[in-house]
Design a protein around this ligand. Structure first.
Ligand code: PGA
Length: 248
């Protein structure tokens, strides 16, 4: 089944989140895809219990299970609030909150321990790309996160290739560029964690995707799904993407 993940970032009031949900819940296409919404934490409680056919996720997670960490929310707390997933090291967290690959490893481990599915975000920025360092950056992001995790994947892992230059720019990577980056990532994970890891790994592309570009990405055999920001905010545009993905 294709994976369609909606990252709402710091958008939507509770009322707006509920309106979106009303437009989406009950659609038959939900049975043919793994659909996950990452709302702001403030809307989680309102969506929980009404999100039939949809998974819920958090946009970040603390690395410890509990403790004196003001402002953080832990993986067990997220599970308690109805989350099955969490984003880890989204580029906006890396940029504005100083997250790095080592922190990502701790967060991934903590999510696995609580039984949640991490969606680890990686991708090079424009300067790294211009300097021909894109692949090296991806390798480092994957290796450092995996180094902290032991030899086996401790649970299901989703990795999203989100080139920073594509996010919010209106210009996505091409399907071929995304496919190449994700092939490198898959090789890296399998090389490090062995063939059994393959079955536990899903790969997404994210960055300025839209209903118009979704099909091209889904035609790449290596791509399991999309992590969508702005095009997920409007329920109709989100449903249009879902429609394309279940028929691709
Ligand atoms: P975008 O965001 O689709 O608005 O580019 C994607 C993301 O940041 O996950």
């Amino acid at each position: 089944m294709p994976i369609l993940a909606a990252n709402w970032k710091m958008y939507k009031t509770i009322t707006e989140a509920e309106e979106w949900l009303r437009a989406v819940v009950g659609r038959p296409e939900l049975k043919r895809a793994e659909v996950v919404v990452f709302p702001p934490l403030t809307a989680l409680h309102a969506l929980r219990g009404r999100s039939r056919g949809l998974g819920l996720g958090a946009q970040d997670v603390g690395w410890a299970a509990e403790g004196a960490f003001t402002g953080m929310v832990s993986a067990p707390q997220l599970r308690d609030a109805g989350c099955g997933y969490a984003l880890v090291a989204h580029s906006e967290r890396r940029r504005y909150a100083g997250e790095d690959d080592r922190m990502a490893a701790r967060k991934i481990a903590s999510l696995w321990q609580a039984g949640l599915i991490p969606v680890y975000c990686v991708g090079e920025d424009a300067a790294e790309r211009a300097a021909g360092q894109g692949e090296a950056r991806l390798r480092a992001q994957v290796d450092t996160a995996l180094d902290g995790l032991g030899d086996e994947l401790g649970g299901r892992l989703v990795i999203a290739y989100e080139p920073v230059w594509a996010i919010g720019s209106g210009t996505p990577a091409t399907p071929d560029q995304a496919g190449e980056a994700l092939s490198l990532i898959r090789e890296r994970v399998e090389g490090r964690c062995g063939g059994a890891a393959a079955a536990r790994l899903s790969l997404l592309y994210g960055g300025s995707t839209s209903p118009a570009s979704a099909r091209g990405f889904m035609e790449q055999p290596i791509i399991d799904g999309l992590l969508v920001g702005s095009a997920s905010l409007d329920a109709n545009s989100f449903l249009a993407m879902l429609e394309v993905m279940v028929h691709a």
